[in-house]
Design a protein around this ligand. Sequence first.
Ligand SMILES: Nc1nc2c(ncn2[C@@H]2O[C@H](COP(=O)(O)OP(=O)(O)OP(=O)(O)O)[C@@H](O)[C@H]2O)c(=O)[nH]1
Ligand SMILES: [Mg+2]
Length: 454
Amino acid sequence: MYKFYYKHVKIDVMENNFDTIVAIATPLALGAIGIIRISGDKSFLIAQKMFSKKIKPKRINYGHILDKNKKIIDEVIVLPFSSPHSYTGEDVVEIQSHGSPVILNEIMELVLEYGARPAQKGEFTKRAFLNHRIDLTQAEAVIDIIEAKNTKSASFALNNLEGVLKDKIKSIRISLFELYSRVIASVDFPEDVAEVDNKEVVSICSDNIQIIENILEASKNHNFIKDGISSALIGVPNIGKSSLFNALLNYERAIVTPIEGTTRDTIKETINIGGYSLNIIDTAGIRDKNKADTVEKIGIENSINAIEHSQIILFLVENSLDEIDKTLLDKAKNKKIIFVQTKADINTKICDRAIKVSAINGFGLDELKGVLLSSIKELVGEETDYTTNKRHQNCLKRAKEYLYSVLNTIQNEGFADFVAMDIKNAILALDEISGEVLTDSVLDNIFENFCIGK
Ligand SMILES: Nc1nc2c(ncn2[C@@H]2O[C@H](COP(=O)(O)OP(=O)(O)OP(=O)(O)O)[C@@H](O)[C@H]2O)c(=O)[nH]1
Ligand SMILES: [Mg+2]
């Protein structure tokens, strides 16, 4: 049972004596290859008991997995990784079998019978962290890579795994730690160590506040990149919203009919534009509420909500921008607006400020996607090469508040002890990001989001 960590040293915990764990690391579905991963002191021993030949270290071992009666379960490849040169830092064996759920389960059961226990979610990565192979930002990057919905998120998460965020936080920490050491030395040994000039303290803290604020500012974009940007299709009934929605998705997702009020509920789907996720929302046509029935009225309310929750609004018109309801335009005034003129294949009217498209023959779709991409890029702003999650952002906000408190103390001519205490607290908040200080519950919370076998 781990209670508390400080600089990776466990306090009030049992010996670092992990048992041996096993999991099927690939999805339990039909596939060419399936992988079973074993980690812990007994992993080599267990693998040897079930393998047809002597397992050679640092080699790709080809052979068979045999059950307790020496009957062949499957033809496999066994990859042994000796501690500390493995994913978890412990002895690890990966068994590559055929990707059959039946075989994978049979091998898994055999490993359990020979003394391993089933791994919990994220337990392999948790061990990599506890064995100091990676810090917490890198462990979180693993799940971000697995869950990435677009190439951008995947590449930023990969950078985190390589340590980009870790190094960024480390450089703030180094500067604050150096300052803290000098301030605390002057407090503890006033006769021997000169006081640190307040101007210098203010300058170092202000610089670091600025760096933290820049990271927090960029984090808004991280959320956009990770979860996607939302875009609602808005317009009167029958204007062609669902048809355009289907054309952008490239399949018939929404029902299209010549009957006004066909779409009742909002439908959301995600497409990939230039490596970004765009969540497109098809909405109910908005018309005079008095003409609509109860179901349609609810649909209209949902459409208004869709405007409020989207960053890009596509207003669809047939002939002119005057068709757009003024109150809806008003609701979208802080959003990116794109005007689209529909049914270009049969519509000859000219509407200057709108992009002409046809959902029937695809005319204008590339132009529309180009404009969508520029709008996404404007919203995302300057990209960073790393990403942050809510937990990191929370710690950064706390570190920033402590540094502001330092500035406040100095402005009010407070004691140097208080200055030292606040700098120390800022450092501790930063250490939570890397996982050098954290509690069991934070750790459990992070790894609960993982899948089994990772
Ligand atoms: N010729 C032509 N017809 C289109 C085009 N887009 C839509 N339509 C037709 O217009 C009618 C209405 O299309 P929908 O896509 O259902 O319109 P909507 O805006 O979703 O309508 P509601 O869901 O009722 O609000 C259908 O008969 C479509 O076939 C287009 O680009 N060209
Ligand atoms: Mg529709």
